[in-house]
Design a protein around this ligand. Structure first.
Ligand code: GKR
Ligand code: MG
Length: 449
C-alpha cells in the first residue's frame, strides 16, 4: 500500500473530533414506519447442538456448542430469523433491548444501533476473536432478523436488499481441525475419527472434498508443535497440489517462532491467519514476509481498523456479521477493505443453517469477498431449519431461493435443541476445561510456541 495513502489516515485525535459531531441517534425520532414492517415482538431462544472434539489453541470443543435463534415478528405477522452466539452476554443483551425495539421499522438499522447503545451495557466479548463488542454482537443478532423480515414482507431475497448478488454460488473452504476421536463420555470414535497426524489430516481433507468439493483448505493450528502442523500442510500440498492452503494458529506462535517458520510457509499458503498475539506482533511478521497475514482476532470492530492499517499488520481481514454488528456493518467493512486495498475473507464459529444462509447472502452481495469463506457447518449434524440441512456442492453453496434468507424455522427442532441447552447446563464455551479431560495437565497458553 503506498505510504502517501497511509499518511492521510486521521490520527486518533482527529477521529475523536469527527465522532464528537455525530448525531445522537438515541434522541432521533422513529423513522417512517409501516404497520407491515413495524416490530411487534422480539424473541431469543438459546440452543445447544452436538459438536465434535475439535482442537484449537484454546483447548477442545465441548460436546455441545451454544447458539441462539432470534425471531423478529412484525405487526404484519411476518417472522424474520437470525442466529447468533449462545452465551449469556448476547442473550441478556437481546432481552435487554427487546422492549425498546417495539414499534421500530425493520428498515431502521440506525434506530437499532441507537437503542442497543442506550439499553445494553457495553462489555468485551470474544472467544478466539479478540476484544470484541457485546453491543455489536447484539446488533448483529437482531439486524439479520430485521433484513429477513423485510425480505419476507417485500418478496426480496436478502442478497437483493443488500445490492444484488454478484455471485450466485458462494465458495466455502474445507475447515480442517486436529481432533480427538471421541468425547470422554462417548463409547466409540465419531464418524471423523482421531486426527493428529499428517496422514489423518489428509484423510480428513479427502472427506471434505467428497462432502462438498471444497477447493481452499484451512487448517486450524496452534495446537501441535508448529513443525508438526507445517508437516501437515506439506502433506496436504502433496495430496492436493492446486488447493489454496491456509493455517490459523489463533495467536499461538511468538514472533520469533513465526519468523523461523516463514521459509517453510513461503509458496505453501495463500495466507497466514493470526499467527501472533496483537496488531504489533503480527505487524513485525508482516514486515518480513510476502505471505499475506489475515486476522479475525485483532481487527474485530471499527476502532481496530486504523491502527492495523497504520502498522501494515494484515493484508486480509476476515469479516463476520455476528460480531461486526450485522450485514450492513459488514458491508461497511468490505468497503473499507476495498478502499485500503485489503483482501476480504469470512470467519466462522460453530453454527447452524440460519447463520449459513445469512453468510451466503452477504458473501453473494459483496464483490470484493474473493477468498473462499470459512464455515464450521460440515462439522455439525443438526439444524433448526425446515427441510433439513444445507448441502454444499462444487465447493460452495448456491444462494438460497425464496424471500428473505430463504429459510424457515422448524419449531420441533428448535424445541429439541433448546432442551439440549437446558440439559447440558453450559452458559459459555470453555475449551480449556474440556481439554483437561483429555490431556490432564494441559493449560491455556497464548502464545504457546
Ligand atoms: O472453532 O475452535 C474453533 C475456532 O478456533 C474458532 O473459535 C475461531 O474463532 O474459527 C475461528 C477462527 O478462525 O479463529
Ligand atoms: Mg481465525
Amino acid at each position: 500500500m503506498p505510504e502517501s495513502i497511509l499518511s492521510v489516515l486521521p490520527s486518533a485525535t482527529v477521529a475523536r473530533r469527527v465522532m464528537g459531531s455525530a448525531p445522537d441517534l438515541r434522541r432521533a425520532p422513529l423513522s417512517n414506519t409501516s404497520p407491515k414492517t413495524r416490530i411487534a415482538d422480539i424473541r431469543i431462544t438459546p440452543i445447544a447442538f452436538y459438536d465434535p472434539p475439535l482442537l484449537n489453541n484454546a483447548g477442545c470443543h465441548q460436546p455441545f456448542a451454544l447458539r441462539s435463534v432470534i425471531e423478529v415478528e412484525t405487526e404484519g405477522g411476518v417472522i424474520g430469523l437470525g442466529e447468533s452466539y449462545g452465551n449469556r452476554g448476547v442473550i441478556d443483551g437481546v432481552e435487554a433491548v427487546a422492549t425498546a425495539l417495539r414499534g421500530l421499522d425493520v428498515t431502521d438499522i440506525h434506530g437499532l444501533a441507537a437503542r442497543v447503545k442506550a439499553s445494553v451495557p457495553e462489555q468485551v466479548e470474544g472467544y478466539n476473536t479478540g476484544a470484541g463488542s457485546r453491543n455489536l454482537r447484539v446488533c448483529g443478532a437482531i439486524e439479520v432478523a430485521m433484513w429477513d423480515a423485510l425480505g419476507k414482507t417485500t418478496g426480496h431475497r436478502v442478497c437483493d436488499l443488500l445490492g444484488g448478488h454478484v455471485r450466485a454460488h458462494v465458495p466455502f473452504s474445507a475447515y480442517l481441525f486436529y481432533k480427538f476421536g471421541q468425547h470422554p463420555h462417548e463409547g466409540a470414535p465419531d464418524a471423523w475419527g482421531e486426527v493428529l497426524t499428517p496422514e489423518q489430516l489428509v484423510a480428513e481433507a479427502h472427506r471434505f472434498r467428497e462432502l462438498g468439493g471444497f477447493e481452499a483448505i484451512k487448517l486450524k493450528g496452534g495446537i501441535l508443535p508448529p513443525e508438526d502442523e507445517i508437516a501437515g500442510l506439506e502433506a496436504l500440498r502433496a495430496a492436493f497440489p492446486d488447493a489454496p492452503l491456509r493455517i490459523d494458529p489463533n495467536g499461538g506462535w511468538t514472533v520469533e517462532t513465526t519468523l523461523k517458520l516463514l521459509p517453510r510457509l513461503e509458496g505453501l499458503i495463500e495466507y497466514l491467519e493470526d499467527p501472533c498475539v496483537g496488531i504489533e506482533a503480527n505487524a513485525q511478521v508482516q514486515a518480513k514476509t510476502h505471505i499475506p497475514l489475515a486476522t479475525n482476532m485483532y481487527v474485530v470492530q471499527p476502532a481496530h481498523v486504523a491502527p492495523a492499517i497504520r502498522q501494515h499488520a494484515f493484508r486480509v481481514i476476515l469479516s463476520d456479521h455476528h460480531y461486526w454488528g450485522g450485514l450492513q456493518a459488514s458491508r461497511t467493512l468490505a468497503a473499507t477493505c476495498a478502499i485500503w486495498g485489503l483482501g476480504l475473507s469470512m470467519h466462522s464459529n460453530s453454527h447452524l443453517g440460519i447463520s449459513l444462509a445469512a453468510m451466503t447472502h452477504l458473501a453473494a452481495a459483496t464483490p470484493n469477498l474473493t477468498y473462499d469463506c470459512d464455515t464450521h457447518y460440515p462439522w455439525q449434524t443438526d439444524d433448526v431449519i425446515e427441510g433439513g440441512r444445507f448441502t454444499f456442492q462444487g465447493g460452495g453453496l448456491t444462494v438460497p431461493e425464496g424471500p428473505g434468507l430463504g429459510v424457515t424455522l422448524d419449531r420441533a427442532a428448535l424445541a429439541r435443541l433448546h432442551q439440549n441447552y437446558l440439559d447440558c447446563g453450559y452458559t459459555a464455551r470453555d475449551d480449556e476445561t474440556e481439554m483437561r479431560k483429555h490431556w490432564t495437565d494441559w493449560t491455556f497458553q497464548r502464545p504457546r510456541f
